[in-house]
Design a protein around this ligand. Structure first.
Ligand code: OAD
Length: 234
């Protein structure tokens, strides 16, 4: 397959085979929790300990999971691809990094980062936040929050992402249901800019009909195949 400038969007489905739960569906995270209770600034203002515990548990779980063949394949692509590449993930886990991806943007934030609402600095974070540790920057207690984009907040890197969408000639969405905007609108933007659009998902997403091609199956099987096709063509 021929392409020069690639933008890849990933969602929870790419980490599912690693054992990180997706959001929607029978065993999804949003089955066990109400979004309004744990993933909004209002929830955090109302009950910070509940929200911190939710993200503390998810951060701790990262130590029990490992990148799967889909993450590893994107890492290989990143290392070998001579043209433009941007991997935009909605995921807050660190499995892309551990799979070798470098040209990576976490548009919904990262579990392994803490943001001090007092001094506005971000710090790499591996431990808990519910016990109100001091900020390593300003020393203030109780001001660190998960560096996660909650509903109603602006995703990271939007300017950079739209620039890349407008320039890419291949757009690939992997393991995302197309429920959440702005990410669900990226395919329309890329397609309008003339990019070929391919979806890899277990089942058709909400925006499947906007892709030129839908490859249905497990990311761990289909992403390595796509990466091989791309690297053979370059
Ligand atoms: P979802 O849980 O909405 O969708 C995951 C998608 O992955 C579904 O369409 C599944 O069919 C698919 N899937 C599951 N296992 C798969 C596998 N092994 N291979 C390929 N596909 C698989 O997750 P997202 O679309 O990522 O936002 O959700 C988007 C945003 O909604 C999240 O970033 C989060 C959530 O609310 C915030 O918290 C701000």
């Amino acid at each position: 397959m021929r392409a020069e400038r690639i933008l890849i969007l990933t969602g929870a489905g790419i980490s599912a085979e690693s054992g990180v739960p997706t959001f929607r569906g029978p065993d999804g995270l949003w089955e066990g929790h109400r979004v309004e209770d744990v993933a909004t600034p209002e929830a955090f203002a109302r009950d910070p300990v509940l929200v911190q515990r939710f993200y503390d548990a998810r951060r701790a779980h990262l130590g029990k999971v490992a990148p799967n063949p889909a993450h590893m394949a994107l890492g290989r692509l990143d290392a070998a691809w001579p043209g433009d590449l941007l991997i935009v993930t909605q995921n807050v886990d660190d499995l892309h990094e551990r799979g070798g991806a470098r040209r990576l943007l976490h548009m919904h934030g990262e579990l392994k980062s803490a943001w001090c609402t007092r001094c506005d600095r971000r710090h790499p974070w591996g431990g808990t936040l519910s016990d109100q540790p001091p900020c390593p920057g300003c020393g203030h207690r109780g001001a660190l929050r998960p560096d996660i984009v909650w509903f109603g907040e602006m995703p990271y890197g939007m300017h950079h992402i739209y620039n890349a969408l407008d320039r890419c000639d291949l757009f690939v969405a992997i393991g995302t249901s197309g429920h959440v905007y702005p990410a669900a609108g990226f395919v329309a933007e890329a397609r309008a800019a003339g990019a070929r659009c391919i979806e890899i998902n277990l089942d058709p997403s909400m925006v499947s009909d906007q892709f030129h091609e839908s490859r249905l199956g497990r990311a761990g099987d289909l992403v390595p195949k796509l990466v091989e096709e791309l690297l053979q063509g370059c």
